[in-house]
Design a protein around this ligand. Structure first.
Ligand SMILES: Nc1ncnc2c1ncn2[C@@H]1O[C@H](COP(=O)(O)OP(=O)(O)OP(=O)(O)O)[C@@H](O)[C@H]1O
Ligand SMILES: [Mg+2]
Length: 473
């Protein structure tokens, strides 16, 4: 399935090779961006999604291998083709061990380049090993049970660490399934209250009067059904943290009472007159926009301000797609283990499908999807038919992502023109740039690229390169 033009990133410090690669790959119909060093490559990869990285192994500053390692920890699904020097086969082996998809040894011809690029893009199965084993899941990739290496998630971990030691009330907002409860638990786990209780209550789950009695407690006989004196959750959480989930669903009457509790730091159980002082850390969560509810008059503004001391907004999964395969891999490993299935990874079209889906149900939806796929799977790679995804979403994506329908004949013509333009074969470019760097001293040039002088010379001859070429160029 090719729903958009495949975008390839090329990184090479040698301008001649870089431009050669750009031309040839562009002529093949790929969209190519080229950068001159490893750091720039990583920057581009953070900003945009690419189908493939073709990078030189030896670059000043940051080598291709270092780039590869950095990529493997945040975008394990990105195939990488490394370009190695003639004599650098050891490096190539090292590179493959570190997760390179393939390598090209200099000098290589156009056809070899094109076929390796094609293969690398098409064989993009993502193995759990790539995601989970090579990656040491460390503090930048996850935090407690939260997983995610994206910038947004790293900012979140920082934020949790900052607020956890304090007693300030936190309001966590985010769409359904973005991990609000995990964040609330992480805050508690890193707070001085961690030895005390973490008490969670879903404010939607209980009818209005029950919610009040749950929160504040009641004395025996205070209402029909109150046959026993019951301690409220504020008391149960004494010394610990109380997590009010879906706080936007609290009725106006309970909102007023909650506000009083927060202002006075005491609770009065229903039917009692004796206020009990409380010492709790309050964490609230909402998947609705509370500010908007305040504007519409369905949520008290004063309560909102009391809750919103430290706001934490969780990004939806579709806005941090870089974390997608990390999460998917982790879930796959977990469910495969739980189900006693030997599943090694995802087939290439599954990855394509996951990447194009918008995940309205966020991480929870992904988790459920993978669990179902594991149960259904009959092979060692999760296949497209194992993923029961709402298909329309994909089509919708395809139609927006295509700016204009591509006319095939037009594309062919464009390809032909570009191919004609790509006159300098890569092998030739390789030789010329080696000679240039060595002041056209053949012995030194051969040495630099690690070739025997006679072989180097034979290659020069094949490409029709002689000292006259130098004068002509
Ligand atoms: N960053 C994450 N890393 C790993 N698992 C996650 C992450 N975010 C969410 N999950 C998983 O997704 C599921 C939903 O998470 P959680 O219950 O915390 O979301 P929520 O925002 O509270 O959702 P809701 O609004 O529907 O209550 C859980 O099974 C959780 O383990
Ligand atoms: Mg929740």
């Amino acid at each position: 399935m090719k729903s958009e033009i495949d975008r390839i990133l090329v990184a090479d410090d040698d301008a001649v090779i870089r431009e050669g690669l750009r031309r040839i790959l562009t002529a093949e119909g790929y969209e190519v961006e080229a950068v001159s060093n490893g750091r720039l490559a990583l920057e581009r990869l953070e900003q945009k999604r690419f189908r493939l990285l073709v990078t030189d192994l030896k670059m000043p500053g940051m080598s291709g291998l270092e780039v590869l390692k950095a990529i493997r920890s945040c975008q394990p699904e990105l195939p990488v083709v490394l370009i190695t020097g003639y004599a650098a086969i050891d490096n190539a082996v090292e590179a493959m061990k570190n997760g390179a998809t393939d390598y090209l040894a200099k000098p290589f011809g156009n056809e070899e380049l094109i076929s390796k690029v094609k293969n690398a893009i098409e064989s993009r199965a993502v193995l759990i090993d790539d995601i989970c084993m090579r990656r040491e899941i460390n503090e930048t990739h996850g935090f407690d049970n939260l997983l995610g290496a994206s910038r947004e998630m790293q900012r979140l971990y920082q934020r949790i660490l900052q607020v956890a030691p304090t007693d300030s009330t936190v309001l966590i907002s985010g769409e359904s399934g973005t991990g609000k409860e995990l964040v609330a638990r992480a805050i508690h786990a890193h707070s001085p209250r961690r030895e005390q209780a973490f008490v969670a209550i879903d404010c939607t789950a209980l009818a209005e009067n029950l919610l009040e009695s749950e929160l504040f407690g009641h004395v025996k006989g205070s209402f029909t059904g109150a046959t026993q004196t019951k301690c409220g959750l504020f008391e149960v959480a004494e010394g610990g943290s109380l997590f009010l989930d879906e706080v936007g669903n609290i009725s106006p009457a309970t909102q007023a009472k909650l506000l009083r509790v927060l202002q006075q730091r005491v609770v009065t159980p229903i039917g009692s007159t004796k206020p009990i002082p409380i010492d709790i850390r309050l964490v609230a969560a909402t998947n609705t926009n509370l500010r908007e509810m305040v504007r519409q008059g369905s949520f008290r503004e004063d309560l909102f301000f009391r809750l919103n001391i430290i706001p934490i907004d969780l990004p939806p999964l579709r806005e941090r797609k870089g974390d997608l395969m990390l999460l998917a891999g982790q879930f796959l490993r977990r469910f495969a283990e739980e189900n006693g299935k030997e599943i090694r990874g995802f087939s290439p079209d599954v990855i394509e499908q996951l990447e194009h889906y918008s995940f309205p149900g966020n991480v929870r939806e992904l988790e459920n999807l993978i669990e179902r796929a594991v149960v259904l799977s009959q092979s060692e790679l999760i296949q497209r038919q194992d993923l029961e995804m709402p298909g329309d979403d994909l089509d919708e994506y395809a139609s927006v992502s295509k700016t204009a329908p591509l006319d095939v004949s037009e594309l062919k013509e464009r390809k032909r023109l570009l191919r004609e333009e790509a006159v300098v074969p890569l092998e030739r470019a390789f030789l010329l740039s080696a000679l240039d760097r060595n002041d056209w001293n053949i012995t030194r040039a051969a040495e630099e690229v690690g070739m025997q002088r006679p072989n180097f010379q034979a290659m020069l001859k094949k490409q029709g390169i002689s000292i006259r070429t130098r004068l002509m160029e």
